[in-house]
Ligand binder design. Structure first.
Ligand SMILES: *[C@@H]1O[C@H](CO)[C@@H](O)[C@H](O)[C@H]1NC(C)=O
Ligand SMILES: *[C@@H]1O[C@H](CO)[C@@H](O)[C@H](O)[C@H]1NC(C)=O
Ligand SMILES: *[C@@H]1O[C@H](CO)[C@@H](O)[C@H](O)[C@H]1NC(C)=O
Ligand SMILES: *[C@@H]1O[C@H](CO)[C@@H](O)[C@H](O)[C@H]1NC(C)=O
Length: 955
């Protein structure tokens, strides 16, 4: 879908039901050209082609169909070729033309047709049974459309069929057993549909078949034993169905098989892995659109054992049996088949994760193919040790053996697997030391060795793993000190967890290098010494747990730089001195545990300290003051006097700062006004300050004045993100603006502010809300204050127009206005994705983020969740914004794959845009109460499209 936006935003409009209606009502008949010549066979073809064209409503961005005119013979029409002598249509190929419409039954009159490819279009309706008349047809490719209904059984009359690709549609019903008569069929793709019923046992008759791909459907029952009769089968993909029973032994007869996937969830487990797995997937899967990660949900549940003869499949490249739960359960020698896999010298991927395999880890694992790149056996009941010879698997990039019953040491040979990116061994009973050569694995991304019985020190050689993003060694018996080298890895971003070990010594000052780290957990060790001041340099930190150690000294003042921190636990240490005031000013802080230390003095009362249940200070007997609910003794007078003094200083400083920033604002505003008046243009107030280098500061007091003290009269919107006020920035020129004041107590508010400022830097488009400035300031009480100042949109949001409450009984939008708004939004998104300085994903497209100016032009706003994917050079501009960030979009509009840990992508925005379109034309929210039990707005529209579209349109 993403490309549809990229070329021209207009074309997406052709999708709209509106046009669908118009063209069917007014447009048909336009193509009835001339009178039919006397009925020769070539005249039939011409009429059939015209009838086919007639059912196409729109699309065709390259204008191929415009050559389908009177002056040109139909054999010269684009996409058509004829058999030379007889002048009959031999191929009709119009893939990827964004054609919208239904398939005309007249296609069945093209009786000389050999190849029909209409893949990757937007055809709806059903597959006409008339296609069964095409007795010469060799290729029928209708992949990636929106075709519904059943697969017509009489396709079995197309006896010459070699390729049948109906993948990625919305087909229902059974796989008709009749099509198993197609003795010449080589490729059968039925992936990603809603097919039910069983795989017909007569499938064994498909004696020429090489590819059978029917994954991601709702097929039930067993895999028929007869499948073993298809002797030339190379590719069998039946993952993500509801198949059950045992894996048929006859599979081992398929000596040409190289790809076997009968997993529950072909992709989900792999998507969870960083790096290599995805790349692998793309190279292997990239060829077919149906295999793109999109939908998860069906579960195969095979039981029993894997046939021991599987090693007879000498060409096997990909073997995925993941997630069947019960596979291997109760089988004494459940892993016995691995010995035979040694013969599969081309094996690259082997996944039996999330099953019930029992027994000893076979030593023969080490003799698997040296091409093996992914070895996944996690979440089983496997005992024994990791074979020493694993170093033979020199191509390994993913090794996952987590959540088993493995014991013994981590063999030093693991350190020789230099291409490894994911090493996951957590949740076993591994003992001994972490091999010191682990630093040789320089590409390591993810290291999980937590929840084992490892002892000894953390090897300092880890400092060579310069790609390490996540390390978890918690819950072991590690001792020794934390090596400074590890803390120099600025690549560490997702987390560093060393908790529940026996680590000693200080936390090295090098910790300040971890500028991208979100999570640091050092709790329950024997660490001592002072908390290093450099910890304040870890500016991405959101979670800090140092509890249960012996840290002493005072809480360093530098921690006030941790602006995004939400969780701090310093409990059960030997910290002394005061509780720093600034902790009350860390706006993101939601949980603070300082209990069982030796802190004294007054407990602050602002910020997190206001909420007695968010903090814990028990066991510090020398504390006093704080909010009354803490019931602490009141403090002596001199301490509060000192606080007063400080407040006094603030009271003088703040106005001075405010005056300075107000002056800057004023001069900018008047400069802007000057330009504006001079140009005399109403719509282009060119008042955008140079955000490129540094956001201009605007003072709190200026905004305070502009909004009459943030008065409720000026409040025009509110949500969890904060509030939006209307304000007049400069009385003289009447520059009305919208001011979004962020609620900094919300987690991620600082990030969201930064994201929005960053996204809006340098971007200009008539359909994006213009930003005047980002305001990063403090309010008079010294609290952080973040606001964004935008162009004011007098007509409010699309949300208010689509769903007017009782209060705003305004008129409804006309269909033409809706169409124009849809165009505006598409243009804005197209610009963000493809034409701005970097590819920006909005991530939160919904009606309340579409604002309307005084002539109803739509402007997309709210970039609080936006992500910058890459700059022009293709390099990531913001490495800390790893694509695996959990996205919090809005329910109903977020694409399902985000919920499953999928990456942020432009496709995601396109999905949200689709929902927005449906909402605009049906008037129903995706979260409408009528959608229950898994039904969705999308389904709702799909069911009636195209014939009964009138039923769901907004009256
Ligand atoms: C297709 O052929 C049938 C007869 O086989 C005829 O009735 C019909 O009109 C033809 N349609 C077109 C569009 O040529
Ligand atoms: C028919 O199509 C051809 C090829 O696109 C074009 O050159 C020609 O001008 C068209 N004729 C008419 C009458 O539109
Ligand atoms: C179409 O058929 C007629 C009569 O059978 C024949 O005269 C004519 O040459 C054919 N045209 C083409 C382009 O084959
Ligand atoms: C079917 O057509 C699509 C679009 O052209 C193409 O990507 C796909 O590979 C084709 N399928 C087969 C089996 O050739």
């Amino acid at each position: 879908m993403a490309n549809q936006l990229s070329h021209c935003c207009k074309s997406i409009l052709l999708l709209l039901p509106y046009l669908f209606l118009c063209t069917t009502v007014y447009g048909s008949g336009a193509d009835v050209i001339g009178a039919a010549p006397a009925l020769g066979s070539n005249a039939t073809d011409r009429l059939a082609l015209l009838a086919f064209k007639d059912q196409i409503i729109s699309g065709d961005p390259h204008g191929d169909l415009s050559s389908w005119n009177e002056t040109l013979h139909f054999c010269s029409w684009q996409g058509v070729t004829c058999a030379g002598r007889i002048g009959r249509v031999r191929t009709l190929e119009l893939p990827s033309q964004r054609l919208v419409g239904s398939l005309s039954p007249s296609l069945g009159n093209l009786t000389f047709l050999r190849e029909l490819n209409l893949g990757d279009n937007l055809f709806t309706g059903t597959i006409p049974p008339e296609l069964g008349k095409l007795s010469r047809l060799r290729t029928l490719n209708l992949t990636t459309n929106s075709l519904g209904g059943e697969i017509p059984a009489n396709l079995s009359n197309c006896k010459q069929l070699r390729v049948l690709d109906l993948g990625t549609n919305a087909l229902v019903g059974r796989i008709p057993s009749e099509i198993t008569n197609l003795s010449k069929l080589k490729l059968l793709y039925l992936l990603v549909n809603n097919l039910t019923g069983v795989i017909p046992p007569s499938v064994g008759n498909l004696s020429s078949l090489t590819v059978l791909a029917s994954g991601r459907n709702a097929l039930r029952g067993r895999i028929p034993e007869e499948i073993g009769l298809i002797s030339g089968l190379q590719f069998l993909q039946i993952a993500e169905n509801q198949l059950s029973g045992a894996i048929p032994k006859s599979l081992t007869n398929l000596s040409s098989l190289y790809f076997l996937a009968i997993a529950t969830n072909q992709l989900e487990g792999l998507l969870a892995d960083l790096g290599a797995a995805l790349l692998q997937l793309e190279t292997l899967y990239g060829t077919h659109p149906s295999l793109a990660p999109e939908r998860f949900g069906s579960y195969n549940h095979f039981i029993g054992s894997v046939p021991a003869g599987i090693g007879r499949l000498g060409g096997l490249l990909w073997l995925n049996l993941e997630g069947n739960n019960q596979l291997g359960a109760g089988e004494e020698d459940g892993l016995g088949f691995i010995v035979s896999l040694v013969n599969c010298t081309r094996l690259e991927m082997f996944d039996i994760g999330s099953n019930s395999f029992e027994g000893e880890m076979p030593a023969s694992l080490a003799n698997l193919s040296s091409r093996l790149s992914m070895l996944i056996m996690g979440d089983n009941l496997i005992r024994g040790s990791i074979p020493e010879g694993i170093e033979n698997l020199a191509s390994l990039s993913v090794l996952r053996l987590e959540s088993n019953l493995l014991s013994g040491r981590i063999p030093a040979s693991v350190g020789w697997l230099q291409g490894m990116q994911t090493l996951s061994l957590f949740g076993n009973r591994l003992s001994g030391q972490i091999p010191s050569n682990i630093g040789n694995i320089t590409r390591l991304n993810v290291l999980r060795i937590d929840s084992n019985d490892l002892e000894g020190g953390i090897p300092s050689s880890l400092g060579a793993c310069r790609s390490l993003q996540y390390m978890d060694a918690a819950q072991n018996m590690l001792n020794g000190t934390i090596p400074g080298q590890l803390l120099r890895l600025s690549s560490l971003s997702q987390g560093l967890r060393l908790s529940h070990n026996a680590l000693v010594g200080p936390l090295p000052a090098e910790v300040g290098n971890l500028k991208n780290l979100w999570q640091l957990d050092l709790s329950e060790n024997r660490l001592s010494g002072e908390v290093p001041a450099s910890l304040g340099d870890c500016q991405s930190l959101e979670y800090l747990d140092m509890s249960g150690n012996s840290f002493s000294g005072s809480i360093p003042s530098s921690l006030n730089k941790l602006k995004g921190i939400g969780y701090i636990d310093l409990s059960r240490n030997k910290l002394a001195g005061r509780i720093p005031e600034y902790l009350g000013q860390l706006q993101a802080l939601q949980h603070l545990n300082l209990s069982y230390n030796d802190l004294d003095g007054e407990v602050p009362q602002s910020g997190v300290f206001r909420n007695a249940s968010a903090i814990s200070i028990a066991g510090n007997i020398k504390l006093c003051g704080g909010v009354p609910r803490l019931r602490l003794p009141s403090c002596l007078n001199h301490t509060s006097a000192r606080t007063k003094n400080r407040n006094h200083v603030l009271r003088i400083l703040v106005p001075v700062l405010c005056v300075v920033s107000a002056l800057i604002v004023l001069s900018c505003a008047s400069f802007a006004a000057f330009l504006w008046i001079k140009k005399g243009s109403r719509r282009e107030p060119h008042c955008v300050p140079p955000l490129g280098t540094q956001p201009m500061l605007i003072s709190h007091s200026e905004l305070f004045r502009a909004t009459d003290g943030f008065s409720s009269e000026n409040l025009i919107g509110a949500g969890s993100y904060g509030s939006v006020y209307m304000g007049v920035l400069d009385q003289n020129i009447g520059n009305t603006v919208a001011i979004k004041v962020l609620n900094l107590e919300r987690t991620g508010a600082y990030k969201s502010f930064a994201a929005e400022c960053e996204a809006l830097r340098n971007i200009r488009h008539r359909n994006l809300v213009k930003i005047f400035t980002c305001c990063s300031s403090v309010d008079p009480s010294g609290n952080d204050f973040r606001a964004l100042v935008f162009e004011f949109m007098p007509n409010g949001s699309l949300e208010q127009w689509l769903h007017p409450g009782e209060r705003h009984a305004s008129r409804r939008l006309t269909i033409a206005e809706r169409l124009s708004i849809a165009t505006d939004v598409a243009c804005a998104i197209d610009y963000l994705h493809h034409h701005s300085h970097a590819s920006i994903v909005h991530c939160d497209l919904k009606p309340s983020n579409v604002l309307l100016d005084d002539d109803m032009t739509a402007h997309v706003g709210d970039f609080g969740l936006a992500r910058i994917l890459s700059d022009e050079m293709g390099a990531s501009t913001a490495p800390e914004q790893s694509k695996t960030v959990r996205v919090r979009g809005t329910i109903g509009y977020v694409p399902p794959e985000y919920g499953m840990g999928g990456d942020v992508s432009t496709e995601g925005d396109v999905y949200s845009y689709g929902i927005l379109l449906l909402e605009m034309f049906t008037g129903l929210r995706p979260t409408d109460g009528t959608f229950k039990d898994g039904s969705t707005l999308r389904e709702h529209a799909k069911v009636v499209f195209p014939e009964r579209v009138m039923e769901i349109l907004d009256p």
